[in-house]
Structure formats: structure tokens, C-alpha cells
Design a protein around this ligand. Sequence first.
Ligand SMILES: [Mg+2]
Length: 333
Amino acid sequence: MKSKNSLSGLGEFGLIDRISAHVGAGAGVITGIGDDAAVTSLSPGMQLLTSTDMLLEDVHFRRSWHPPRLLGRKSLAVSVSDVAAMGAIPRWALLSLGIPAGLPLDFLDDFIDGFLAVAEEHAVTLIGGDTCFSRGGLVISVTIMAEQYPELIVRRSGALVGHEIWVTGALGDAALVLELLERNDAPDDPSLSARLHDPTPRTAAGFALAESGLVSAMIDISDGLLADFGHIAEQSGVGGELYLEQMPTSVGFRRYAARHPAFPHHLVLSGGEDYELAFTAPPENREKIYAAMKKCGVEALPVGIVTSCPEVRVLLPDGSCYIPQKSGFTHFA
Ligand SMILES: [Mg+2]
């Protein structure tokens, strides 16, 4: 007889029951997990924002590097980050899993635990999904739904020449940890490791910036500032100058850089997975933005300026151009 303590013993419906047992009633959820489709209700006057992300074993994560609880957290956090970058309020999520043979039930329990913890932190309710057997590695697909008043949604396309380019938090930590892991050189600083394995989506900051109307365009930094600001530039029909010496870095990042002469400085601009926000705003909004971000407990700094020339350049303090070694993570490369 197959044991209920293994995934094969539990079966698909057993697994769904196991997950839904931990999901409470959510705001706006009329019918949650268990029917053919979930039924939800938007707040009056708001529009629905939907985004989906896939995380594939050995493409986006390695099971040996990423503890299951943190993998569960990150799976939802990266999707929450996408809707935060539009200034929206995350509400509901769908989770689909392709599960390889022999995946321990403990792994799944920890994964779901982490996923639901992030859901609770951001007031997101899991309303459905799918599970199936994977002949390859673990496949994770998350769809997030969010809402916002139409006039407050911040897109990538609103940047204007002369606006300042801002970033929240610090850049490069996650990419540094990844680079160290790839060199089999485990990072000795837990605050750095957390930035790769357990990123913090900037929900409150994104919402505050949208609600205040202080910003003209916004994106979350998943592929590196250079690549992600490049998306804003392209969709807004502008260019930009980024000032290398103004890029915010963490204490752990600077400490590592000071100890290693061949330090990969390009990670600040082209390392992925920071999940910070990059946004543009008129210079006269500077003090108001500082105040709004302070209220959210998030640091933010202007790091460049939107220009009319159709390229994004990185400038050194002497005004010369810095050419980074890599310009960001590219799939299919
Ligand atoms: Mg994004």
C-alpha cells in the first residue's frame, strides 16, 4: 500500500487538499480552491492586473542551493514584485507545479509553507492552480492578480526627458551571491544570501509611488538596472544616463568588493534578481519622493537622468563612458 506520507500515496487531490487546508478565506474571494474556476470580485472602480512567471529547476534555481521554504517564498515574491512595479495591490495567486519523481513530501510542505507565508505578508490569497508529474525537474508557475484604479497604474511608457531615474534599496547583492555559488564559493554573509534566496518585493513603496502620482514610469529590477531601465527607455521613446558612482550598494556588497581586487563591479548594473524598483520622476518631486519612501521604510536614490538620445549610457565621475562586461540576464542566449 502506498503511504500517505509520500507524494505518490497522497495523489493529486490529496496534495490539493493538503495545500488548501492552509488557505483561509481571502478578501474578494467568492469561490476559492476546489471548484472548476475561482470566483473573485474586484474593488469598485479598480482594474485587474495579471502577471505570470515560471521558475524552472536548473534554469532559475538549483534545489541544492535553494532551501524549499525560501524557494516557496521567492516563487510568489517575484510575481508580487511585478505588480508592485505597476503600483498595484496584489490580491490573488494561482500556483501550478510540475513535480519530478521522488520529490520528498517534506520538500513540498516546506515549499508551500514559504509560499503561503509571503502570501500572508502581502495579503494575497491562493485561489487555485494545477499539479502534474514532471519528467524533468521541478517546474513552478505562479500567476498573480492585482488591482488598482486605472488612473494610478504606473507603466513603463511614461518617462519624459529631464526626469530623474531612481532606484530603491541596493543593487547587485543577488547577482554577487549567484556568482559566488557558481564558483563554489559559498557567501559568508547571510544578509547577502537572503537577497538572492528570499527577495523582498517593494509592494508598499510601489503602491505609495503610484498613489502619490509622483512618478512617470516604473519597473522592477529582475534582469539588472541597465536592461530593465532599457525597457523603460524603449517603451517611453527616450534614453538615459546612469551615474555609476551613485549606484546604491549594501554594506555586505562593499565589504566583499574591498576584499577582492578582481571584484565584478558590473553586477551593480547588470546583475539580475534585485527585485528593487526603478522609476522615473520630475526633479521637482525629489523631496516628496524621499518622504514617501521614508514612510515605507525603503531607501531610494536618484541615479541618473532621462535623455532624448536613444541609448542608455553609464557615466563615470570624469564624464567618460563605462562599458559594462555584461548588460543583464538574457534568456535563450
Ligand atoms: Mg518585472
